[in-house]
Each structure stands twice: as structure tokens, then as C-alpha cells.
Design a protein around this ligand. Structure first.
Ligand SMILES: NC(=O)c1ccc[n+]([C@@H]2O[C@H](COP(=O)([O-])OP(=O)(O)OC[C@H]3O[C@@H](n4cnc5c(N)ncnc54)[C@H](OP(=O)(O)O)[C@@H]3O)[C@@H](O)[C@H]2O)c1
Length: 375
């Protein structure tokens, strides 16, 4: 029992270290702690992004050869078995003489998984699943990206109690109050890219920046992306975003996501409008919904969503509400698809996740296609 506590403490420390890594980019954030046979922390490491050494190798680099022999490596993600720009971590651990490896989450990567088996084959004692819920929550976006081969998608809208996203004349500023709008800015800052359709870009001229309450820019800015074929004027506010905007003249949202993933995007924040949001819903490409509900009525036909492919009640899109947050006079509902998306049903279940918090990955069932860690 005492040893189990030490391992859990070490895993918490490894998760804390992992958070030092870059949230953006194609590689996961991973932390590693090495314990002496007596259970003391003797080295720590984390991954600093594609092309740099992995957490395990970083930690081993802080140890002399004698200390590593027979030690326990506690790592947030199964050590990889892949030779890219760096060698396989499983091999580095074996070569160093590590006696035991404890990890939290299995590596879903087609090219990088198999590290646990390789370690076991070399006689290393391997255990997976320690603090798996915490680690899954921490890695939610990367795991979706790795398992489904696309970025994690959040769709957000603000609507009146009667489900309208704008007034009859198209004006929508503002439906919600300052606390709700500030919440949006903070969540924008956690995304790699923020998407709007050309309709919203032309109607609202949004800057698509993530800002603090005083109007200053938050440290991390999502890439602004405008989806659609109509041109956006050179005077548009999006051109003054600190990151040059990307314009994607494409209506197939799966294609949009594939292109974004190729450019290193793993967390997408879709801010609408209703046409673009509906396209993501219709294609079953939404992992998380953020619905900001304001106590107001707008009437009319400017609905938050349009055609999402529901022609009869049997085809309704059931959601599971995970959080309900009061924000000033408004309410934020955080919801997830209640069941496996139709597009994923054909594939075999791979990992079941259990609820932990609002950042839990969506049901993840697709085969591991197109996956590798970019070493
Ligand atoms: N309440 C809210 O949260 C909220 C948020 C955003 C916007 N709004 C309001 O929404 C209104 C704009 O609505 P909207 O629906 O026109 O905006 P939109 O979804 O931002 O833009 C629609 C346009 O995007 C392009 N597009 C991109 N992907 C598409 C796809 N898969 N299918 C079809 N078209 C696609 C099309 O333009 P192309 O012809 O250029 O290809 C389409 O006309 C404004 O009144 C705005 O104020 C409200």
C-alpha cells in the first residue's frame, strides 16, 4: 500500500511535469519520474515538443548509469516503440537497465505503440493504467487526435432561451453578458485554431483573438481560420490578428480538419456561425459542445443550428450534459455526444473512458489510422 501511494505521488508529479511541455503541436505532453529502488525520486523529465527527446530519455539524461539500473520509471504515456527523429523510448529504458515501468495511458499510435510489450519481452516489469483517468483527461485532445486521426473539435454558440443565435436582422452582439464572453476568451486560448464561416466573418468582422477582461491579448493565441469560398476584405479585423489567418475555401468539414491536422492543429474551436456549426454536427465531428444560454428571447428564424441531418425523431442527436456553469445572468452547458458517433460505429471499440471532468475525451472507438508521433 505504501508503495502504491509512492507510485501515485510519482505519477501526479509526472503529470505536473508533462504540463511544462507545449500544448500546441502534434506531439503529446508527457512527463516522467524515475524512482530509486527505495522509492525516492532520483530524476525527472518531460517532452518539449517534436524533434526534442522524449520524457523518459530526458529523465534518464539526468542520471548516471549506475543509478538507473533497477530503478522504476513512472511515465504518463506508455513508452513509445518508434524510431523517428529520436529512438524508441522502450529501448532507451531497456538499455539503461530500468527494472520497472509504470505508465498511465496506453499509446494509441499505430507506429509508436507496443512499447510495453517490448519492455516486457526484455524482462522489465511493466504496469499500465495508474491514474489513467487523470492522464486521459490531461491528454484528451491528443488522444482524440491520435485515435481518430483528426483534431479535437469544440463547437460553441451563444443563444437565447428560444435557441436563436441572432436577431432577425442578423445582429448577435451581444446575446450573453461579460462573464460568459470572458469564459469564451479563456477557452479560445486553449485551442490551436478558431474557426468561423465566411458568413460570420462578413457579418460580425470578429478579430478572433483570445483576450483578458482588460482587453489585452492572452499569452496563447489560436490561429484564426475562416472557412468558405467568399473572399474576406483586406480591411477585415481578422487580418490584424497576431497570427496570420488561414482561409480555407472548402465546405467538407472532414477535409478542413484533415488540412488543419497536417498543419499541427490538434484542438479546434468552432465559433460558428450556424451554417458551419451545423456542418460539423451533421458530419458527427463534434467532441464537445459549449452552449451559452442567455435569459432572453429573440424569436424569428436565426436558429443556433440549421440542417443537422435529423429528419425524424429517431435520428435526433442526443447529448450528455457534463457541466452546468452559471456565468453572470447566463448559463454555460458543456455537453458531449451521448453515444458513439455514427461514423465511428463501424470500428471496434478501443478504449472506454470514464467521466472525470469537463475535459474527458469523447467516446473513442475508431481504428488507429494515420497515427504516429512526430519525433
Ligand atoms: N450566437 C452565436 O454564437 C453566433 C456565432 C457566430 C455567428 N453568429 C451569427 O450568425 C450569422 C451568420 O450565420 P452563417 O450561418 O451565415 O455563418 P457561418 O456559418 O459563419 O458562415 C456560413 C458560410 O460559410 C461557408 N461554409 C463553410 N463551410 C460550409 C459548409 N460545410 N456548408 C455550407 N457553407 C459553408 C459558406 O460560405 P461561402 O459561400 O463563402 O463558401 C456559408 O455561407 C450572423 O448573424 C452572426 O452574427 C452567431
Amino acid at each position: 500500500m505504501h508503495q502504491q501511494h509512492r507510485l501515485e505521488d510519482a505519477m501526479r508529479r509526472a503529470l505536473h511535469l508533462a504540463a511544462n511541455g507545449p500544448a500546441e503541436g502534434v506531439n503529446p505532453r508527457v512527463g516522467c519520474v524515475i524512482l530509486s529502488p527505495a522509492g525516492d525520486i532520483i530524476a525527472e523529465g518531460w517532452h518539449r515538443g517534436a524533434g526534442t527527446c522524449h520524457a523518459e530519455v530526458d529523465a534518464l539524461g539526468h542520471l548516471d548509469a549506475a543509478a538507473a539500473r533497477g530503478a522504476t520509471a513512472v511515465v504518463t504515456l506508455e513508452p513509445c516503440n518508434h524510431t523517428g527523429r529520436t529512438g524508441p523510448c522502450a529501448l532507451a529504458l531497456i538499455d539503461a537497465g530500468i527494472g520497472r515501468v509504470v505508465y498511465a495511458v496506453a499509446d494509441p499510435g499505430q507506429n509508436s505503440s507496443g512499447g510495453a510489450d517490448r519492455l516486457r519481452a526484455a524482462g522489465v516489469d511493466v504496469t499500465g493504467g495508474l491514474l489513467a483517468d487523470e492522464a486521459q483527461a490531461f491528454l484528451a485532445d491528443w488522444l482524440v487526435s491520435a485515435r481518430l486521426g483528426r483534431p479535437f473539435v469544440t463547437v460553441k454558440w451563444a443563444s437565447s432561451l428560444d435557441g436563436r443565435a441572432a436577431a432577425a436582422d442578423g445582429s448577435s452582439r451581444w446575446i450573453t453578458g461579460p462573464p460568459a464572453r470572458q469564459d469564451v476568451h479563456e477557452r479560445r486560448a486553449a485551442a490551436d485554431a478558431i474557426l468561423v464561416g465566411t458568413g460570420t466573418a462578413l457579418a460580425d468582422d470578429p478579430s478572433l483573438t483570445a483576450r483578458a477582461a482588460d482587453g489585452s491579448l492572452l499569452p496563447h493565441q489560436p490561429r484564426p481560420v475562416v472557412v468558405g469560398r467568399r473572399p474576406i476584405p483586406a480591411s477585415a479585423a481578422v487580418h490584424r490578428h497576431p497570427l496570420p489567418p488561414w482561409f480555407v475555401a472548402e465546405h467538407d468539414v472532414a477535409e478542413v480538419l484533415a488540412g488543419l491536422r497536417e498543419r499541427g492543429v490538434r484542438r479546434v474551436f468552432v465559433e460558428g456561425g450556424p451554417t458551419l456549426a451545423s456542418a460539423f454536427v451533421r458530419a458527427s465531428l463534434v467532441d464537445e459542445y459549449l452552449v451559452y444560454l442567455a435569459p432572453t428571447l429573440l424569436g424569428g428564424d436565426r436558429l443556433a443550428l440549421g440542417d443537422i441531418g435529423v429528419t425524424g425523431i429517431d435520428a435526433q442527436r442526443r447529448l450528455r450534459i457534463e457541466q452546468l456553469l452559471p456565468l453572470g445572468d447566463d448559463i454555460l452547458l458543456v455537453a458531449r455526444p451521448a453515444e458513439t458517433a455514427p461514423a465511428d460505429r463501424a470500428a471496434q471499440p478501443q478504449t472506454q473512458t470514464t467521466p472525470t471532468d469537463g475535459h474527458r475525451p469523447a467516446a473513442t472507438t475508431a481504428e488507429d489510422t494515420h497515427v504516429h508521433r512526430n519525433h
